[in-house]
Design a protein around this ligand. Structure first.
Ligand code: BTN
Length: 255
């Protein structure tokens, strides 16, 4: 059966084992391979899965989705690259909201692009963009979703999975196809210049948006609340009894 998407997953490459699906796509592009936009590479087992901040992404073989997609978003300027991150996060949130029978407001994006159900992380995104001058040449979108895994490395702070949330298992190929449909929809929204609508929706889905809480910014403990996210992707925090600050990803810790 043909996929019902225009870009995402029209071509799928399945690998039994690989270091990292992001690296696999990167290597193909470096070798000059003519990849079709939206090609998905998914792996049963990643031996060197990578997460954000240089972390490892651990995933039990055969239980979860670990895949990457190549995009050529020529319609975006490098200064708008964070909008891709918003579109992908929202695609995952809308897919999970459709299949998990939990209150929709429980499924959120923890800035910049961790996927949370209540206070637990169910998925993560690693986007690697190649920029040349004023052009976004390609984007490798790596996505890890915990699907059927029930036990996690005790070192992970707050992991969860679709199975733990829903109380039943999921068929991985089905999850991948349905997720691609949602991602495709969001990508076209972005292409059609719905930046403002997407930004509003992103804020609406943001974990702990406008909630007073403790953060650590550049090692300093503050009380603040999220006000906005800049076009650059920087987080804007209103500091209690202080001035608003803008923070980069590596500078902020949610306490
Ligand atoms: C994070 O939350 O830290 C991001 C995790 C991203 C993991 C995915 S799994 C598929 C792709 N390949 C990788 O090496 N990483 C991403």
């Amino acid at each position: 059966m043909l996929p019902d998407t225009l870009v995402f997953g029209r071509i799928k490459i399945k690998l039994d084992a690989i270091g990292s699906t992001n690296d696999y796509i990167h290597d193909l592009l470096t070798k000059g391979e003519d990849l079709t936009e939206g090609t998905v590479v998914f792996a049963e087992n990643q031996s060197a899965g990578r997460g954000q901040r240089g972390n490892k992404w651990d995933s039990e073989p055969g239980q979860n989705l670990t895949f990457s997609v190549v995009l050529f978003p020529k319609f975006l300027s490098p200064s708008d690259q964070f909008s891709l991150s918003k579109a992908i996060s929202l695609g995952i949130v809308s897919y999970l909201s459709e299949v998990l029978s939990v209150n929709m407001s429980a499924i959120r994006v923890k800035w910049p692009n961790d996927i949370y159900v209540k206070d637990k992380k169910i998925g993560g995104i690693l986007i690697e963009n190649a920029v040349s001058g004023t052009k976004l040449i390609h984007s490798i979108i790596g996505i890890g979703i915990n699907v059927n895994q029930e036990e996690f490395n005790p070192g992970l702070p707050n992991p969860s999975s679709m199975k733990l949330v829903a109380g039943c298992g999921f068929e991985l190929n089905e999850v991948l196809s349905e997720l691609c449909t949602h991602l495709d929809r969001r990508y076209f929204e972005l292409r059609n210049c719905s930046h403002q609508n997407m930004h509003t929706e992103y804020l609406d889905k943001l974990y702990e948006y406008q909630v007073w809480r403790d953060f650590k910014v550049k090692g300093v403990a503050i009380r603040g609340r999220i006000l906005d996210v800049m076009r650059s992707g920087k987080l804007v925090i209103e500091v209690k009894d202080g001035e608003d600050i803008q923070c980069d990803y590596k500078e902020v810790v949610f306490c």
